[in-house]
Design a protein around this ligand. Structure first.
Ligand code: 5AD
Ligand code: SF4
Length: 433
């Protein structure tokens, strides 16, 4: 076999996987490889998988099966991401087509693993060395207007439903100096908005520095207009971070703070370390600091033992908060997690019915939120070209997509008066000075 020249990376799941996918692309680029036009034509295909819910492993294996070319040949296939971590060497037994398996903390060794494949090997690397990969990755060059920056990885919270502590390892924070350096590289490459990523991003710490102080340092970088962060845990929502929402104009008025459920009994069985009223109290403080903040959350319905009363408590909490956006899921038993073997697994039909009711309520709230902005004037960061001639699409501070006719280009910020609320976006007109 000739040394591979082209690659394709397919990322599934969360924003951390998107970030990892970009870093793998930069890494292979630094090896002299180029992105392939079409996935199956690539010499190497990396499947950057997610294991958080339903049938993730099965999906990954069927993707592998689909990578056969018309002439019967196939690319070198690298199984990466959280399924790779969870399955390890088992993946090679389940699919003969997989050439290498690399976990989310080991992908900096991808070039070396590809060389082992060339030499006839089928390597598996699912070590979880904290932070090693960052030092081994190339510098950031071409960056999007809006870019991700991984600041914290892993999880020590062990919610009983969740695979993350097993697939991403222990909670670790990257050092402040490294983050300021990577942020500067991104800003130099054209980034105007940074989204700080971590499975528990608000637990980020470096000595006495907290996420709030990191945000203040980043906000001071000339050229960086906006900072966001996700995903946070309610118990790490510290007062200094809440204060930053009042005091740092670059910190966008948007908070994704998953609560998962509204019943204290279920929250306890989930090992969430907070009650519904703890969560409401945090939200009250955040809203007192910045009344304009938009809230978003994650919800799980049908956790083992969830009764109708428990589910009603979730609906009531949602009514009390009023979310601008939200993600809601049916509970899915993940092999190896404590909840998978708990009594009281909820039948699928009940999960379906509860999810529908919750999603109807959340959709209504997000419609109401979008409608509440009609007539308001706000600044958007243009990040895409629209479909109609002269149309551009930007993001509002509240993460809404806003369509506007303008000569401004990608990366520009313009003032827009929002004139109509569409199902998943807003339409607006340019404000003239
Ligand atoms: N089943 C359903 N949803 C889950 N999540 C995490 N694990 C599971 C699971 N086993 C959801 C949580 C989390 C989001 C990223 O995915 O709501 O916040
Ligand atoms: Fe999963 Fe809980 Fe960790 Fe979030 S905090 S990743 S839900 S274990």
């Amino acid at each position: 076999m000739n040394a591979p020249r082209t690659f394709a990376i397919k990322s599934f799941g969360c924003q951390m996987n998107v970030y990892d996918g970009e870093r793998m692309a930069e890494l292979l680029g630094a090896e002299g490889m180029t992105p392939a036009a079409a996935g199956a034509d690539a010499d190497v295909v990396v499947l950057n998988t997610c294991h958080i819910r339903e049938k993730a492993a099965e999906k990954a294996y069927s993707e592998v099966g689909r990578l056969r070319r018309e002439d019967g040949s196939r690319p070198v296939i690298a199984l990466a991401g959280c399924v790779a971590q969870a399955e390890g060497a088992e993946a090679k037994r389940r699919s003969k087509a997989i050439d290498l398996v690399v976990g989310p903390q080991a992908y900096h060794r991808l070039p070396q693993l590809l060389r082992e494949v060339e030499a006839g090997g089928r390597p598996v690397d699912t070590d979880l060395p904290p932070l090693d990969k960052f030092a081994a990755l190339p510098r950031r060059r071409r960056a999007g207007v809006s870019a991700f920056l991984s600041v914290q990885e892993g999880c020590d919270k062990f919610c009983t439903y969740c695979v993350v502590p097993y697939t991403r390892g222990a909670e670790v924070s990257r050092p402040l100096a490294d983050l300021l350096d990577e942020a500067q590289q991104l800003v130099d490459g054209g980034t105007r908005e940074l989204t700080l990523l971590g499975q528990n991003v608000n637990a980020w710490a470096d000595g006495r520095e907290t996420l709030a102080t990191l945000i203040r340092r980043l906000a001071a970088l000339p050229g960086l207009e906006r900072v966001r962060y996700t995903t946070s845990h309610p118990i790490n929502m510290a007062d200094d971070l809440i204060a930053a929402h009042a005091e740092v104009p670059q910190l966008m008025p948007y908070l994704h703070l998953p609560v998962q459920a509204g019943s204290d009994r279920i929250l306890k069985a989930m090992n969430r370390h907070h009650t519904a009223s703890d969560y409401l109290a945090v939200i009250a403080k955040v809203r007192a600091a910045n009344p304009a903040i938009a809230l978003s959350g994650d919800f799980i319905v049908g956790f083992p033992g969830e009764t109708d009363e428990d589910f009603d408590a979730t609906l009531n909490l949602v009514r009390e908060i009023g979310y601008a956006a939200a993600f809601s899921f049916k509970y899915s038993a993940r092999p190896g997690t404590p909840a998978a073997t708990m009594d009281g697994q909820v039948p699928e039909a009940i999960k379906d019915e509860r999810l529908q009711r919750l999603q109807a309520l959340l959709a209504e709230q997000s419609r109401a939120f979008n409608h509440s902005k009609v007539g308001a004037t706000t600044r958007i960061l243009i990040d895409r070209v629209g479909r109609k001639p002269g149309q551009m699409i930007g993001k509002s501070p509240w993460l809404q997509s806003v369509f506007v006719e303008t000569d401004a280009g990608i990366g520009d910020m313009v003032d827009v008066r929002m004139t109509e609320a569409l199902p998943n976006s807003l339409g607006g007109v340019l404000c003239t000075a």
